[in-house]
Design a protein. Sequence first.
Length: 112
Amino acid sequence: MLRIADKTFDSHLFTGTGKFASSQLMVESIRASGSQLVTLAMKRVDLRQHNDAILEPLIAAGVTLLPNTSGAKTAEEAIFAAHLAREALGTNWLKLEIHPDARWLLPDPSKP
């Protein structure tokens, strides 16, 4: 069992939403894994659509969403994505990611 803030999860496994061929395959994989906590890159969600192909199946699956700031190259971009996630998903939870060079997906160790 895993407890974070006021939520309890049966699984310690966090899963992501990237690299799936379809939304159906994504949801089937998440269900098969037993994961209840799913990371979601805000850059991949189309908030102008009421039936976003990534977001809607996840909501229907009943998983807890952990939005992330993937794609942010600076702190300012990450803060913007965090505000967007809070507004769109109604959560204060966030997986913070800042990658100055998208090729490597590594943090910039030269920044304080």
